[in-house]
Ligand binder design. Sequence first.
Ligand SMILES: Nc1ncnc2c1ncn2[C@@H]1O[C@H](COP(=O)(O)OP(=O)(O)OP(=O)(O)O)[C@@H](O)[C@H]1O
Ligand SMILES: [Mg+2]
Length: 323
Amino acid sequence: MNVLLSIEDLYLNFTTFWGTAYVLNGINLQIYEDEVFGLVGETGCGKSVTSMSILKLLPSNAHLSGKIIFEGRNLLELSENDMKKIRGKKISMIFQDPMSSLNPLFKIKTQMVDVMKLHHNISKDEALKMARELLEAVKLPDPQRVLESYPHQLSGGMRQRVMIALALSFNPSLLIADEPTTALDVTIQKQILELILELKEKYHFSVLLITHDLGVVAETCDRVGVMYAGNMVEIADVEELFENPLHPYTQGLLSAIPDPRYKKPLKPLRGNVPSLLNPPPGCRFHPRCDYMKPICEKEKPELIEYSKNHYVACHLYGGKRNE
Ligand SMILES: Nc1ncnc2c1ncn2[C@@H]1O[C@H](COP(=O)(O)OP(=O)(O)OP(=O)(O)O)[C@@H](O)[C@H]1O
Ligand SMILES: [Mg+2]
């Protein structure tokens, strides 16, 4: 498997009115070509800021360090001009609420044609033809009607399809989808996820799928990374993660979802997500962990490859890289 994007020791702090928020605490992850990588974790653990770091779309109070290697270059060292050649083109993104990325005042036609004319250097007629083809590719039943509509005249699922069409118009090698279906009802959710998978097969891009829904992960992803309070605590193939979760946090997450096969009692994680203004020292999960040892309060566990392609950051598993 070839690596498409590699995040190495990524730290992100925000300077805030209340002090420094230590949001990403040395993240490591790799996304391979042609895979769907799922990023899961509770609210506030840093999933969205990880994707915004990849695109370098962070506010001015953000301080990033580490490396994000894409096509042999560290994105953190690129100028804004170089990032513009990557953002929305080689790396595209769709969000939970497509309304926030569409302009309510203009017809879909105008918005799509503007984007395409500007970036592909083509005539208006060519741009319109391309827009229609893209709307067909995302299986919108009546592309002509969609083109003539304003965003509010479309359903949530249709708007998300328009966003996917726009995101794909530059043939990206990575599509970041941040909770792309959370705002949609269950049937539409399924259709949008299936569409993303189908388009991925057709156009060969990788997907970074951010979600808090483990059911979506199970059905959609090849590999999955579990985040906790700004740390990557476990990465594995999706079947392996569900069958053999190593990190106590992952075990907690999985035992907190209802499983109709077993009728087992739900065991929610105890305690709360820590404040990132004053995160716990050592392993950030230790105050909630049933297996806490003295070292957990002192040393941050490294992410190690515990078994083939199964990574975990937890002192229960040695805490040293197997080199
Ligand atoms: N501009 C900012 N200034 C200060 N803190 C921020 C800023 N943006 C995000 N954060 C903090 O970074 C942390 C991670 O936020 P992020 O949005 O990545 O969470 P998330 O995992 O995507 O959560 P959710 O599942 O709710 O979308 C949160 O504690 C958040 O408060
Ligand atoms: Mg988020």
